[in-house]
Design a protein around this ligand. Structure first.
Ligand code: PHE
Ligand code: ZN
Length: 882
């Protein structure tokens, strides 16, 4: 395990390396416990660099068995080896030289899944961010780009497949029982994009003909017997390749593109050049085992990793502070792809739901950081929703400000200027400025200021003058290390909606810049005056969620209902429904906390039921409306002193009232939406299933017996319906014999399918209420529980901590203490996984005092375990407690 060095890295300290790496030749002799790695590195001193500067290479847990300088053993006085570096002195002033390092590494013992490790008998690598240094001594930073040749030697029977980046050069036998393969990647790349895979896998093959008529071989490698489950991923890959050509003009650049699915992986997937490695959760799908959400995730992540080939690989990051340069941009690209493949409005609603439930709390808590941070202690902890999702929103705002064509021009210039380089956020922004002649200085604050901007809005209509005044005031809250904030440039899409939904077009506007349907808020407070408005319109603001902000706009119920009914922007309609529901849910939580009766506004249930039954609306949209704000949405609105039990109780009471009022609607929806035909994973069919399953949830709320849900479980002919029926049974009737029978049937039917068992664990981990902790502890004793598999740990412990507010936040604090113990245990084998799970406690200060104190004590037990903590966990726990 890596122990904490306690060192903080600052963006301001960036400087280029003293040595330029020209070429890398790697030879791996694979062995489960003793793999030999020979790295031949050709360097020359950078022009202008200090002539006495030594070469400093990074290392982590390496056993160095040889070191040559220009093929001759290096004298011991010329180098110094420490736990994390190799320093070599007395190097040539200008001529190139060759360093050959030999290391021994142990893939089998690599439980942190960084560097070279084995998963189910498959050798694979994970090098982002700083994993390559666990393979050999190397200048392991993203601004060191080189061309790689890779030779792999391994037992032929156990490892018929030997893969690395780039194009296949050749292979042959290599002594008794062994063989080798050589790969060459002509595109200079940083070490974090290196990959190697070896083992025995099945393959699905296809081809793609690029826009310039080149044929690319496509291969997806999965465990034998699972080939059929990779068909959807292959389809998504081909659609992604086509889309990137059509929308961004980007063509693939090697003869072969490979994806390998592995079952032990810390993250979702990794964009290694030409050889993406995936968590198999985001590759494998068929109707029997995957839900509609799984299909949508696979489509998005296949696209995301493929799109990195240009935004990340061809143009990479100068340093890790620039992470959003590849991640925010690539998330934006995958969001646009999914929006084009599916329903744009429904996709946007799902994105905003995710942003609000994950990124907003991060931005409002102790882990808040700018999209482009300026310091970090552990880079692994900066793969955050702020860098990814808020980073994507920032890119989206550039597109909103510049318009479709302006955005395209800026992207084209970025590709033209920086292809083959390691770039910065400034380079990116400058491409848009130069291509459009627009100053984005103020806009760039979005990269530098953390915190979700809060905008207070009011409007007044003057019938005599026929003017509408819209006053806006922005405030960016203080965040760690940033107390005073500058006003930001916030692009707000808007419409002035008249009677019957017609949109008023003002004669003129003063008070600030308005371009088309975008209002540019740039001052701390600003009043826009629209003239020539004949009747009082309803203001629809931040349509399509054009800016990632929170609006405080006290609109009347009538105005919200008007938007919900008439806005031509479906996102805005959904937002209006949410804004109608939230006050009701908050009042319900407060009533529950005070032991008072909970009332559901009849207007709310009427509005929801009208939408549920409105066949002119797409089914997926109706399902989103029926989902209502989540418990965490309500907690966020309430702000502080949160009691998760009261929030849950209040929300359930509102749901029950809607269920009662809408019993007939839900019954007829459930019956009329029955699938009938064979399963297809397309968005429209998925939407119908989502609506039908939402109806099932409401029906179960009024049901006194589990019979209906049990029947839904028995009849389900796809995983979406099956998992939903099981969830409804488990949540609504946790102790019913029908529920136990269904859980047992599900477990035995899918006993050999790890990804489906993950769902089984997750469904039980979310059962609310008092017995939750005991249930989770019991499930850890289940023979299927595997502490070594990150997906399994996340599905049980992660789901419990992140998605079971009442169970996790029990007032006696027992679940927090259990969690702290688990974090310490997980940290010993996999620090990244432990640190990520630990962020579940990031909002502890917003809990009511009794729970908050328990959470703090649990966090302290983790902190007290230093110095045994990894830098990953030490960094998170200290920031959360600060
Ligand atoms: N770069 C990966 C992606 O977002 C994520 C990742 C980061 C994977 C670090 C592994 C390790 O596409
Ligand atoms: Zn990414």
């Amino acid at each position: 395990m890596r122990t904490d060095t306690g060192r903080t890295i600052h963006l301001a300290d960036y400087r280029p390396t003293d040595f330029v790496l020209e070429r890398v030749d790697l030879t791996f002799e694979l062995d489960p416990t003793e793999t030999k790695v020979e790295a031949r590195l050709i360097f020359h001193r950078r022009e202008g660099a200090d002539l006495n500067a030594p070469l400093v290479l990074d290392g982590d847990e390496l056993n160095m068995t040889g070191l040559l300088f220009d093929q001759i053993e290096m004298a011991p006085e010329r180098y110094t080896e420490t736990a994390d570096s190799l320093t070599i002195r007395d190097l040539p002033e200008s001529v190139p030289f060759e360093i050959t390092v030999t290391t021994l590494i142990n893939p089998e013992a690599n439980t942190q899944l960084m560097g070279l490790y084995r998963s189910n008998g498959i050798y694979c690598t994970q090098c982002e961010a700083e994993g390559f240094r666990r393979i050999t001594f190397f200048p392991d930073r993203p601004d060191v780009l080189a061309v790689y040749t890779v030779n792999i030697i391994a037992d032929k029977d156990a490892n018929p497949l030997l893969l690395s980046n780039g194009n296949f050069l050749g292979g042959a036998g290599y002594g008794p029982g062994k063989h080798f393969a050589a790969w060459f990647d002509p595109h200079p790349k940083p070490s974090y994009l290196f990959a190697l895979v070896a083992g025995d896998l099945g393959v699905v093959e296809d081809t793609f003909v690029t826009m310039s008529e080149r044929e690319v071989a496509l291969k997806i490698y999965v465990e034998h017997g699972k080939e059929a489950r990779a068909a959807y991923a292959m389809d998504a890959l081909k659609r992604s390749m086509k889309w990137d050509e059509e929308v961004f003009g980007r063509e693939y650049d090697l003869d072969i593109f490979m994806i390998v699915a592995v079952s032990d992986f810390n993250m979702g997937a990794m964009e290694n050049k030409g050889l993406n490695i995936f968590n198999d959760k985001y590759v494998l799908a068929d109707p029997e085992t995957a839900t509609d959400q799984d299909y949508a995730n696979i489509e998005a992540i296949i696209a995301h990793e493929y799109f990195h080939n240009w935004t990340g690989n061809r143009i990479t990051c100068r340093d890790w502070f620039q992470l959003c340069l590849k991640e925010g941009l690539t998330v934006y690209r995958d969001h646009e792809f999914s929006a084009d493949q599916r329903s744009r409005a429904v996709k946007r609603i799902a994105e905003v739901r995710h942003l609000r439930s994950e990124q907003f709390p991060e931005d409002a808590g102790p882990l808040a950081h700018p999209v482009r941070p300026t310091k970090f202690r552990e880079i692994n902890n900066f793969y955050t929703t702020t860098v990814y999702e808020k980073g994507s929103e920032v890119t989206r705002m550039i597109a909103t400000i510049l318009g479709r064509d302006g955005f395209k021009k800026g992207m084209d210039l970025y590709f033209e200027r920086h292809d083959g380089e390691a770039a910065t956020v400034e380079d990116f922004v400058k491409s848009f400025e130069d291509a459009n002649g627009r100053d984005l200085t103020q806009f760039s604050l979005w990269y530098h200021q953390a915190g979700t901007p809060q905008i207070t809005v009011s409007s007044t209509y003057d019938a005599g003058a026929k003017t509408l005044s819209l006053s806006l005031e922005q405030m960016v809250p203080a965040t760690p290390g940033q107390t005073a904030k500058e006003p930001m440039h916030i692009p707000l899409k808007f419409a002035l909606i008249g009677e019957n939904g017609s949109e008023a077009s003002p004669a003129a506007v003063s008070g600030g810049e308005v371009t088309g349907d975008v209002l540019h808020l740039t001052e701390r407070s600003q009043t826009f005056v629209f003239t020539g408005i004949g009747a009082r319109p309803v203001v629809s603001l931040n349509r399509s969620f054009s800016a990632p902000v929170t609006l405080h706009f006290a609109q009347s119920k009538e105005d919200l209902a008007h938007i919900a009914r008439h806005d031509s922007d479906l996102f805005a309609r959904w937002q209006a429904i949410t804004d109608l529901a939230l006050p009701n849910l908050m009042a319900a939580a407060k009533a529950a906390a005070a032991g008072k009766a909970i009332e559901c506004d009849a207007g709310l249930s009427d509005a929801l039921l009208a939408i549920a039954a409105d066949e002119t609306l797409e089914a997926a949209f109706r399902a989103q409306a029926l989902a209502l704000p989540s418990e965490s949405d309500i907690a966020r609105e309430l702000g502080s002193n949160n009691d998760p039990d009261a929030i849950y109780k209040g929300r359930q009471a509102i749901l029950s009232a809607i269920a009662t009022a809408g019993a007939d609607t839900f019954r007829s929806l459930y019956d009329s939406l029955a699938s009938g035909g064979s399963f297809t994973p397309d968005a429209a069919s998925a939407g119908r299933r989502a609506l039908r399953n939402a109806a099932l949830g409401f029906l179960a709320l009024s049901d006194k017996s589990p019979a209906g849900a049990a029947q839904a479980f028995a009849k389900a002919d796809n995983m979406t319906d099956l998992a939903q029926a099981l969830t409804v049974l488990a949540h609504r009737f946790p102790e019913a014999p029908e529920t136990h029978a269904a859980l047992a049937a599900f477990e035995s039917r899918f006993a050999s399918n790890a990804l489906v068992l993950d769902k089984w664990f997750a469904i039980q981990a979310t059962i609310p209420g008092e017995g939750s902790l005991e249930r989770v502890m019991r499930l850890m004793q289940n023979p299927h529980f595997a502490a070594s598999n990150p997906n399994r740990v996340r599905s049980l412990i992660g789901t419990f901590a992140f998605a079971n507010a009442t169970g996790f936040n029990r007032p006696d604090g027992k679940a927090y203490h259990f969690f702290a113990e688990e974090i310490l245990a997980i940290d010993k084998r996999n620090p990244q996984l432990a640190a990520r799970l630990l962020t579940a406690l990031r909002s502890w200060r917003l809990l009511e005092p009794v729970r908050a104190e328990q959470a703090r004590e649990a966090l302290m037990t983790i902190e007290r375990a230093a110095p045994q903590l990894s830098s990953d966990v030490a960094d998170i726990v200290e920031r959360i407690l600060k």
